[in-house]
Design a protein around this ligand. Structure first.
Ligand code: HEC
Length: 192
């Protein structure tokens, strides 16, 4: 076999090793290392099994952040100060829940109803920002306020991101409260 022919095999083999070795390692990562978003925190506060009536009350309520904090104060004691702020911001901004497709109305089980709730900042960042670049430099290590996060969506390369105005606002609020993260808290594989 000539050197050229050997090379012909070498490259696909190396790519194969890279793909089957590295890809599963990366895909096993999830957003568990990131500070929890409002949707996850709500589940923690309501506890399981989920009470459908109670969840419907939350979905239909209109309260300010301060009012949500007051309402949940007794039950949110196990949450840190930052988590309480994250949860209150999520609820104040996303509730009463808009349900144009009637998903929440049709939901049969409490778990289905919960699933219909709007995605929180952590879910949005994990799913919507890594398509084009790493999350580490664009989000996890950025120190910005709500308005600066909203401005980010105005740059030419971000205008096309498929996130509704409400999702952008939720993302901005979550990020202003919870970012930047400590580098040591970010998995090594994501520090690029
Ligand atoms: C459609 C592709 C795309 C998506 C999706 C995307 N970005 Fe970007 N982003 C870019 C490009 C292109 C740049 C500029 C080049 C670079 O720095 O890589 C950039 C740069 C940035 C920068 C540095 C410049 C600036 O605007 O301040 C930040 C911060 C950033 N992105 C945050 C985010 C966040 C947060 C999300 C998710 C909500 C996101 N990006 C989703 C394409 C994208």
């Amino acid at each position: 076999m000539t050197a050229v022919r050997q090379l012909k095999w070498l490259i696909p083999t190396l790519l194969g090793i890279l793909y089957f070795g590295l890809a599963p390692a990366l895909s096993q990562l999830d957003y568990g290392f990131m500070p929890k978003g409002g949707k996850s925190l709500l589940l923690e506060v309501l506890g399981s099994p989920l009470d459908e009536k109670e969840l419907r009350k939350v979905i239909e309520a209109r309260r300010s952040e301060a009012e949500w904090r007051e309402t949940l104060a007794a039950r949110a004691k196990t949450l840190s100060e930052r988590e309480q702020r994250t949860l209150a911001a999520y609820l104040a901004f996303n509730m009463p829940m808009q349900d144009p497709k009637g998903t929440a109305e049709k939901a049969g089980k409490p778990a289905e109803l919960y699933a219909a709730l709007p995605r929180d900042g952590r879910e949005l960042a994990w799913n919507e920002c890594q398509i084009c670049h790493s999350l580490f430099t664009s989000h996890l290590t950025q120190d910005r306020g709500v308005q600066a996060w909203l401005n980010m969506f105005q740059s030419p390369f971000h205008r096309g991101i498929k996130m509704t105005a409400q999702e952008r606002e939720e993302f901005a609020r979550y990020s202003a409260i919870n970012m930047p993260m400590k580098i040591d808290d970010v998995p090594r594989d994501l520090r690029f």
